[in-house]
Ligand binder design. Structure first.
Ligand SMILES: [Ca+2]
Ligand SMILES: [Ca+2]
Length: 89
């Protein structure tokens, strides 16, 4: 059951497109997304899910366990999220 649902969803975006969108939310431009940046990104993209699930997604994607999602891990996150039906209008 997908828990990521976006507003007015019609078509799925490619992994690259989603990644490009996520990168825009790297506010401090350190090349990786903090938990805070990621939550803000999901919110802005119209994705609503609880903090616990957001935290779980982050832990799964955070391969090296530094608490941040780097570019490589972003790909993992997008791929993982797309399995749950991650789609954005
Ligand atoms: Ca950042
Ligand atoms: Ca990491």
């Amino acid at each position: 059951m997908p828990w990521l649902n976006a507003r007015g969803v019609n078509h799925p975006l490619s992994d690259q497109q989603v990644k490009g969108m996520l990168k825009k939310y790297d506010k401090n431009r350190d090349g990786k997304l903090s938990k805070q940046e990621l939550r803000f990104a999901f919110k802005e993209m119209g994705l609503h899910f609880c903090r616990r699930k957001a935290g779980k997604a982050l832990r799964i994607a955070d391969n090296n366990g530094d608490g941040y999602i780097n570019e490589e891990e972003m790909t993992e996150l997008v791929q993982y999220a797309s399995k749950w039906g991650f789609r954005i209008s």
